[in-house]
Design a protein around this ligand. Structure first.
Ligand code: CP3
Length: 339
C-alpha cells in the first residue's frame, strides 16, 4: 500500500510529494466518457460497480497517489428529499428550491447507510481494489445550501444572500439540517472504509470574511468536530478562499486546500502547523513541458517548509484537458520532488 498521501496529511516525512487532482475521474478521460455513454450521470453515481471502475481509471492511467470516491456532493441532498436532475451542459438542477420554513421542515435527515448505501458499497468495493488511499468527501454546508436555495448553479447568489440577510433564522435552520445530514454522511463513509475526508466549499469565496465567520464556518467546525473520533485526516477546501485562509485554519481541518490565486509559500506561513494541498492553476496543465516543469518546481520550492504538502490543482481539472498533460504533471511532480 502506497501511503505517501496519508503521511503528507499527517505532516510526516515522505519520499516524494504525493499528487492527486480534484475531479480526477471525469469527462477529460475518454475511458470515463465510454462508461458515461451508456448511463446518465445519476445512474452512474448510483451504480457501485461503475463508480469503482471510474474511480480507478485515473489511478491506473495517470498514477495518482490517492483515489477519490466517484460520486457528487449533491447526492446526499437528493436523499434529504429534494428532487435532483442533471441536464447535459447545464449542470445540476433542483426544480423545487428550498426558500421557506415549510420547505426546510420537509427536508429529511437521511440514514446514510440506508438511503445512500450505494456510496458506502462503492467505498467497501474500492478498498479491496486499491493500493493507494481512498478519499471520501462531501460538500460544505454553505456550498450545498447555495444549490438548494438557488435551485442549481449560480453566479451572483441573489437568493442565497437574500435569505442570509433578510431571513437569517431560516438560513441557519437550513444550514443546521444540511450540517446534520453531512456529518452523518461523512461518518458513514469513515465506517465504510474511507481513509481521508475532503469537504468541498466551492462557493465560500463569495462571502465577506465576517459573513463566512457567521454563516458558514461554524457548520464546518461542527462537522469536523463530529469526525474527530474517526481519527481520519480531514481536508477543508474553500475555493477562492485566499481571503478566508486565517478563518479556514479555525475549521479544525488537518489539511488546508489552496486554490491557485495565492502564492503557496505565503499561504504556508499563514496556515502554520497544518498540511496544505494544492495549488497549480488547472489551466497551467496546458503549458508546454519546459514551462510546466518550471511551474511545478516553483510550487514545490514554495512548499519546502510546509508541515506536509499534497500536490493538487487549485480546483477541478477542466474537461478539455488532454490526459497526456495530466500524466506529464504527475510524472513531473514525482520526479522533481524525489528526496
Ligand atoms: O473528483 C472526483 O474525481 C470525484 C467525483 C466528483 C464529482 N463531483 C463528479 C462529477 C466530485 C468530488 C465532485 C464534487 C462536486 N460536485 C463539487 C465540488 C467541487 C468543485 O468542482 O467545486 C461541486 C460544486 C459539484 C456539483 C456539480 N456536479 C456540478 C456543478 C456539476 C456540473 C458541472 C460540470 O462539470 O459539468 C456536476 C457534475 C459532475 N460531477 C460531473 C462529474 C464527473 C460531470 C457529469 C457528467 O459526466 O456529465
Amino acid at each position: 500500500m502506497n501511503d505517501t498521501f496519508l503521511k503528507a496529511c499527517r505532516g510526516e516525512q515522505t519520499d516524494y510529494t504525493p499528487i492527486w487532482m480534484m475531479r480526477q475521474a471525469g469527462r477529460y478521460l475518454p475511458e470515463y466518457q465510454a462508461v458515461r455513454g451508456n448511463v446518465t450521470f445519476l445512474e452512474l453515481c448510483k451504480n457501485p460497480e461503475l463508480c469503482v471502475e471510474v474511480t480507478l481509471q485515473p489511478i491506473d492511467l495517470l498514477n495518482m497517489d490517492a483515489a477519490i470516491l466517484f460520486s457528487d456532493i449533491l447526492i446526499p441532498m437528493e436523499a434529504m428529499g429534494t428532487p435532483l436532475m442533471f441536464h447535459e451542459g447545464k449542470g445540476p438542477i433542483f426544480p423545487e428550491p428550498i426558500r421557506t420554513q415549510d420547505a426546510v421542515n420537509r427536508l429529511r435527515v437521511p440514514d446514510p447507510d440506508a438511503e445512500t448505501g450505494f456510496v458506502m458499497e462503492t467505498i467497501r468495493l474500492l478498498r479491496r481494489e486499491l493500493n493507494v488511499p481512498l478519499i471520501g468527501f462531501s460538500g460544505a454546508p454553505f456550498t450545498l445550501a447555495t444549490y438548494l436555495i438557488e435551485g442549481g448553479s449560480s453566479k451572483v447568489f441573489w437568493e442565497t444572500k437574500k435569505m442570509m440577510f433578510t431571513a437569517p433564522e431560516l438560513f441557519h435552520a437550513l444550514m443546521d439540517k444540511i450540517t446534520e445530514c453531512t456529518s452523518l454522511y461523512l461518518q458513514a463513509q469513515a465506517r465504510a472504509g474511507a481513509q481521508a475526508l475532503q469537504i468541498f466549499d466551492s462557493w465560500a469565496g463569495v462571502l465577506a470574511p465576517c459573513d463566512f465567520e457567521e454563516f458558514a464556518l461554524p457548520y464546518v467546525q461542527r462537522i469536523i468536530n463530529d469526525l474527530k473520533d474517526t481519527g481520519l485526516p480531514i481536508i477543508y477546501f474553500a475555493n477562492n478562499g485566499a481571503t478566508l485562509l486565517d478563518l479556514s485554519v479555525q475549521s479544525g481541518a488537518d489539511v488546508i486546500g489552496l486554490d491557485w490565486r495565492i502564492n503557496i509559500g505565503e499561504a504556508i506561513t499563514r496556515v502554520g502547523e497544518k498540511a496544505v494541498q494544492g495549488n497549480i492553476d488547472p489551466f497551467a496543465l496546458l503549458l508546454p513541458e519546459a514551462k510546466l516543469r518550471k511551474r511545478i518546481q516553483g510550487i514545490l520550492d514554495g512548499a519546502r517548509d510546509a508541515h506536509g504538502h499534497i500536490f493538487n490543482l487549485g480546483h477541478g481539472i477542466h474537461q478539455f484537458t488532454p490526459p497526456a498533460q495530466a500524466k506529464l504533471a504527475v510524472d513531473l511532480v514525482h520526479e522533481l520532488s524525489a528526496r
